[in-house]
Structures are given as structure tokens and as C-alpha cells.
Design a protein around this ligand. Structure first.
Ligand code: HEM
Length: 143
């Protein structure tokens, strides 16, 4: 319980990963099959997933900056994870703002929107993979 309060990062990482990857998949399918309900599903997932990603990023920074937590040998690996996820968070946040319900993405702009979504989702997936390596290869958080 104490560990969760001291470092909530591992507790909440699952929310943006699951929601934003699922939402992106729904949007891609929506574009391919021209189905409005898939776009709606993508929006609902993003509505929770994008704010969750920002909160997760803050907890990640907190985790990385905790005094005496990181050894110099893992600094590069932490920076790589942090930068990839920071890029993903910025992109998802911009896409979230563009898509806010009062300003729906116009059908003509959807291909461009989904292309940017794919980049954000790739950054998220690859960055999260390196997050797993931080723990299971470099033993960050287990030392
Ligand atoms: C949406 C944003 C983020 C996601 C989805 C994410 C995901 C992950 C994942 C999957 C792990 C492995 C956890 C485990 O297996 O127990 C991890 C660990 C870690 N992440 Fe992130 N991360 C995010 C943002 C950040 C940011 C911006 C930083 C800042 C550098 C960061 C720093 C860390 C650190 C230091 C660890 C090592 C273990 C720990 O203290 O939790 N993360 N992250």
C-alpha cells in the first residue's frame, strides 16, 4: 500500500495504454469501414485515455525524479522511455483538443487525423515496451 502511494506510476499505466490503443484501433477501423459508431467508440476511449495519459506522465516524471531513486547506469533508458511517452502524450492531447465534441473531425480530415493517431499509438506502444524493460531488464523500481 505504501509503495503504491510513494510511486503510483505502475498502478495507472494500464489505463492510457489500454484505452488509447483500443480507441486508436476503433478509429482506424472506423476509417477503413466508414462506420460512425466505431469513431464514436474511439472518441469515448480517448475521452478517458488522453487525460489518463497526462496523469500517467506526471506520475512517471515523479517516479523518475524521486531523490536517490535512479542510478546513473539507467539514466539513458529512463530518458528514452520518458521522451517517447512525452511525445505520445503531446500528440494525443493535441488530437483530443482537435476532436473535442463541439468541433468534430470533418470526414475530409479523417485520414490525416488517423495517420497522426497511428504515430501517437506507435510512440505509446514502443515507449511502454521500454518502460517494461526499465523494470524487468534494468530493475528500476526493484532496487
Ligand atoms: C502515458 C505515459 C506513460 C506510460 C503509459 C508509461 C508506461 C510505463 C510502463 C508500462 C512501465 C513499466 C512498469 C512495470 O512493468 O511495472 C513504466 C515504468 C517507468 N516509467 Fe513510465 N510511462 C509513461 C510515462 C512516463 C514518463 C513521462 C516518465 C518520465 C521519465 C516515466 C518514467 C518511468 C519510470 C522511472 C519507470 C520505472 C518503474 C517505476 O518507477 O514505475 N514514465 N512506465
Amino acid at each position: 500500500m505504501n509503495a503504491m502511494i510513494e510511486n503510483p506510476h505502475p498502478l495507472i499505466i494500464h489505463f492510457p495504454i489500454a484505452l488509447l490503443l483500443l480507441g486508436s484501433a476503433a478509429d482506424i477501423a472506423g476509417l477503413l469501414f466508414r462506420r460512425e459508431e466505431l469513431f464514436r467508440a474511439g472518441w469515448y476511449a480517448m475521452m478517458v485515455g488522453a487525460p489518463a495519459a497526462v496523469v500517467t506522465g506526471v506520475t512517471g516524471l515523479w517516479s523518475a525524479l524521486r531523490a536517490g531513486y535512479l542510478a546513473p547506469d539507467v539514466e539513458d533508458a529512463v530518458n528514452l522511455h520518458g521522451l517517447l511517452l512525452a511525445g505520445s502524450i503531446v500528440l494525443f492531447t493535441l488530437l483530443f483538443i482537435v476532436r473535442f465534441p463541439s468541433r468534430p473531425v470533418l470526414p475530409a480530415a479523417r485520414a490525416l487525423y488517423v495517420a497522426a493517431l497511428v504515430v501517437a499509438a506507435l510512440l505509446l506502444g514502443i515507449g511502454a515496451h521500454f518502460g517494461g524493460e526499465l523494470v524487468y531488464v534494468h530493475h528500476v523500481g526493484l532496487r
